[in-house]
Design a protein around this ligand. Sequence first.
Ligand SMILES: Cc1cc2nc3c(=O)[nH]c(=O)nc-3n(C[C@H](O)[C@H](O)[C@H](O)COP(=O)(O)OP(=O)(O)OC[C@H]3O[C@@H](n4cnc5c(N)ncnc54)[C@H](O)[C@@H]3O)c2cc1C
Length: 452
Amino acid sequence: MPEFDTIVIGAGMSGATAARLLSDAGQRVTVLEARDRIGGRMHTDRDAGFSVDLGASWIHGIEDSRLWELVQALGAPSIEFTVGSFQAGGRPIADFDGAARRMSATESAQWVADVDAADHAVKEQISRARPGDTYLDVTERALDALERHRDAMDPERVDEIREFFRHRVEEQCGAWIGDLDAHGLDEDAIDGDEVVFPRGYDELPRRVTAGLDVRLEHVVRRIVRSTEGLRVETDRGVFTAAQAVVTVPLGVLKAGTIAFEPALPAEVADPLARLGMGVFNKIFLQFSERFWDEGVYAIRALGEPGEHWHSWYDVSAISGRPTLLTFAAGPFGQRMQTLTDDAISADAVAALRRLYGESVPQPVAQWITRWGQDPFSLGSYSHLATGSSHGDHDALAGPVDGVLHFAGEATWGAEPATVGGAYASGVRAAERILGRRVDLEAFAAGILLSEA
Ligand SMILES: Cc1cc2nc3c(=O)[nH]c(=O)nc-3n(C[C@H](O)[C@H](O)[C@H](O)COP(=O)(O)OP(=O)(O)OC[C@H]3O[C@@H](n4cnc5c(N)ncnc54)[C@H](O)[C@@H]3O)c2cc1C
């Protein structure tokens, strides 16, 4: 008889959720986690006395969000911080044009209108896309049409929009625009306000796993399945179970650092090969004083001044100190990872000085991530690489031979690349193993009860 009913591999949001639901249902469950901490790509650094979320920070849209329901049930404090896909929910943005000149409110509004027009043209091109078309193909066709239209857009503006499209794909997908499928960017995904977590987002997986049998620093190397169940080999011994839920990131699965025996069948192996894993890194710079206007919550540089460092968010509300957050994603994010922290921060400060002048001070503190180099992540989140489809995400969940389940953001087609997707995929894995629906209100109430 196997030691456990279910082994969950990975203690991120998906693994935490599946493990707790199965354990609440009376199963014997263990969680094997490679790192020395819980949370995976939800990772809050609290060393400085405030929270810095190095991985996920946002719930991107709280309307109809099961994750938001969990947050509310657990009473985790949040702050509204709506980034939107582009528009700022009416809050002031400091826009700089191609000459690094501050744009007026009217010019900013015109920019928003121009991007809107371009987005409509892209949508039309997506509806006509052929299999194998990339997002670059559809945006170029759309921009071409805009340039040839009778009220043709100024070519300089078209170039700025081209640059903006590239950045948007980099940030949302962590990928080069030419590697993303034409259907790979979901522009309508955000419903309702967006929120961040002043106490740190990893509070969620930590609270969900509290009291469970979680074995940290157990690196899974091999998973052998048979009709009797599964044998999971780690660097600290072997564990057996009737079922397993594998929640390691897509980057880890693609790298093949966990051996599956027998090999995964084509139903799972093919989508695994087709989907892409992107790189998205964060750079937080903290300053002794604010040099940008009070109330401005985002700074954007269009055209050439924003070729690399193009958008900055004022996240001072979380630490109570003047702090800007910027991103390095896609090919730039990959390159950035090879530089030292000081070189990265100097480059980012130089970009800010081009906008705000030489008086921009040196940062007093900085936090820089390298998710693409992290062996237990090997990237930031999944995306639709050219030729893959949303169905590939869900196909990745298995189960294989009725005993091997996959969960995690990359397995949730309706909302991949998010904490919400990870949570939902953990619920699905538990429901498949239990063969019934679970009650998420009771799940949250159980967590609160165990904390009382
Ligand atoms: C910089 C960044 C910013 C992001 N921002 C947002 C955001 O604002 N909002 C949002 O919704 N999402 C965001 N995301 C995505 C979000 O963080 C993820 O979608 C989500 O946390 C994934 O959860 P998961 O359970 O699928 O995987 P993970 O959290 O990665 O959990 C998988 C676990 O498996 C473990 N593991 C790996 N290999 C092994 C092994 N061999 N043996 C044992 N264990 C192993 C890992 O250590 C990890 O703990 C962001 C991600 C990054 C990197």
